[in-house]
Design a protein around this ligand. Structure first.
Ligand code: SF4
Length: 230
């Protein structure tokens, strides 16, 4: 059940149509060190990191480092960590890739991506969110049908804390306008038709006309890694 002390539904009305910076400013004032920003270092995430650093001193940022991210993503993380005063946490799964292969067989992602995401993303995020009161994500409503009802601020029943989606109402064009205007670093794979970038084995470029998340878990009936509701 939502904690009325930490989730203020009025905020969804108050911050509708306003600059996400205003919402982030209030979120950091309210939650302080008990809020953490989730980043897979996609386009929306670099925007949020840039914004968070304008309203908070040394915001805490985590990435689920599955060990299977693209080299371009790891290189971007290095550049972002060097550029911003963030407290960065690379959150690793309990099992190394070798241990996972030993226990479940090679390339689990190719046979059972739900199980692989469970081990390498879902369990680690439970650990990192434990003790927090809010997390910030880069979810946008028009990314996929599963995200079309995202609120600026909502109760995350699965993780029992407040979830803040400052860019919920932004379009892809608004994200890129911000990136260009602020001269932000971004993953070069975006320029090669990868609008959504996750683990290398489960991400492909999209074809013209395909939805932005069509390149994730292509060939499987899976659209989310388990961190956000399907
Ligand atoms: S995205 Fe693919 S490789 Fe990454 S954790 Fe999920 S199934 Fe495994």
């Amino acid at each position: 059940m939502a904690d009325a002390l930490t989730l203020d539904p009025q905020w969804n009305r108050d911050f509708m149509g306003r600059d996400p910076l205003a919402l982030l400013d209030q979120v950091y004032r309210r939650y302080g060190p008990e809020v953490i920003l989730a980043s897979s270092f996609g386009a929306e995430d670099v925007v949020l990191i840039d914004m968070a650093c304008q309203v908070a001193a040394a915001p805490e940022v985590f990435c689920l480092d599955t060990g299977l991210l693209f080299p371009e993503t790891y290189a971007l993380i290095e550049r972002i960590v060097a550029r911003y005063p963030i407290r960065y946490r690379a959150v690793q799964p309990r099992l190394s890739l070798a241990q996972q292969a030993g226990e479940f067989g090679p390339e689990l992602w190719a046979r059972d991506p739900a199980a692989c995401c469970g081990l390498r993303k879902v369990e680690p995020v439970l650990r990192v969110l434990d003790g927090k009161r809010a997390w910030i994500t880069g979810i946008r409503r028009d990314q996929s049908p599963t995200r079309k009802n995202a609120q600026l601020m909502e109760w995350d029943e699965a993780h029992h804390l407040v979830k803040v989606n400052p860019l919920a109402y932004w379009s892809e064009e608004m994200v890129w306008e911000y990136i260009e205007r602020r001269g932000l670093e971004y993953n070069p794979l975006h320029d090669e038709n990868y609008p959504s970038i996750g683990c290398a084995p489960c991400t492909r470029a999209v074809q013209p006309g395909e939805p932005s998340r069509a390149g994730r878990w292509s060939g499987f009936d899976k659209t989310e890694c388990g961190l956000h509701a399907d």
